[in-house]
Design a protein around this ligand. Structure first.
Ligand code: NAP
Length: 282
């Protein structure tokens, strides 16, 4: 039977620590760290994510502003707004909520954000710095996974780590962070042959696929640590991860639930990055 890694409790503990640091920063500088989030269009999921970010900022004392733009906004207009925010010394972090409408090239937008204010850590500069192991910001979801492991007393050193998924925002940086902590990392994707042969070897398995019930008990070994990054919406409106939680719970030594595992950590790491940005800029 597995230890359940309680992302909600760990996240709340970290948010309390961040709130203390934000209060100290604000007392010292006379202003609070600040985050500006830009949302283009009215995608319902993005609206929820942005509201959650705003709520979390308020909770820890970070000043937040949301810039809401219509779906037909042109790339040039968004670039102009980002340029203004880059130059504004009172703004410490800038986040553009993805996805963007199709007339806007996401790569151009990410590249336009000052790397020192890039609290999502998606820019090529910050991505490169993660590769080199010399970074200020980490992408929020992989950073959240590492915090969950650290705070649950799970060491990565020497372990066989298997990451399923190779996206730029989850899988690739996840693999890099596990490698930095001396894990032996395998990254699997749709072209991987015999996925099960890899998952069965995993001491630590991170699934970031986006398919419900993708990882079943027969695919993992006894004692595995399972981190379920997936978020999947079922027909009945419930949320689930990639992992058959009930089945894998019996074999794993530790497992994250969905909801209440990795999810809460992602916004928490955004708060941490915003505080880091404010400290670096001041
Ligand atoms: P993504 O860009 O769609 O990447 C999915 C990855 O899974 C791809 O690399 C894909 O391989 C791989 N994959 C898909 N089907 C596979 C299969 N049958 N066998 C092996 N690999 C397979 O998604 P993402 O942005 O990384 O997100 C992944 C999941 O994490 C989603 O459910 C997302 O909602 C969730 N997520 C959660 C959080 C959080 O805060 N908890 C944050 C971000 C994302 P190819 O590269 O070969 O296509």
């Amino acid at each position: 039977m597995a230890m359940i890694i309680d992302g909600k409790a760990i996240s709340s503990q970290i948010r309390n620590e961040i709130a203390e640091e934000v209060a100290a920063f604000t007392a010292e500088h006379g202003f609070a760290p600040s985050l500006t989030v830009i949302i283009v269009g009215d995608d319902p999921a993005s609206q929820v994510y942005v509201r959650n970010k705003e709520k979390a900022c308020t909770q820890v004392g970070i000043k937040s502003e949301i810039i809401r733009l219509p779906a037909e906004t042109e790339e040039a207009e968004l670039l102009k707004i980002i340029d203004g925010l880059n130059k504004d010394k009172s703004i410490n972090g800038i986040l553009v909520q993805l996805p963007l409408p199709k007339q806007i090239n996401e790569k151009n937008i990410i590249a336009a954000i000052d790397p020192q204010k890039d609290v999502d850590a998606f820019s090529y500069e910050n991505t490169g710095r993660i590769m080199a192991g010399d970074f200020d910001f980490l992408p929020c979801t992989p950073a959240g996974v590492m915090e969950l492991l650290h705070r649950s007393g799970i060491s990565v050193c020497g372990k066989d780590c298997v990451v399923i998924g190779r996206s730029n925002i989850v899988g690739k940086p996840m693999a890099m962070l596990l490698m930095h902590e001396n894990g032996t990392v395998t990254v699997c994707h749709t072209k991987t042959k015999d996925l099960k042969s890899h998952t069965l070897r995993a001491d630590i398995l991170v699934s970031s696929v986006g398919k419900a019930n993708f990882i079943t008990a027969d695919m993992v070994k006894d004692g595995v640590v399972i981190i379920d990054v997936g978020i999947n919406h079922l027909h009945d409106g419930k949320l689930t991860g990639d992992v058959d939680f009930e089945g894998c719970f019996e074999k794993a030594s530790a497992i994250t639930p969905v909801p209440g595992g990795v999810g809460p950590m992602t916004v928490t790491m955004l708060l941490k990055n915003t505080l880091t940005a404010a400290k670096k800029q001041n």
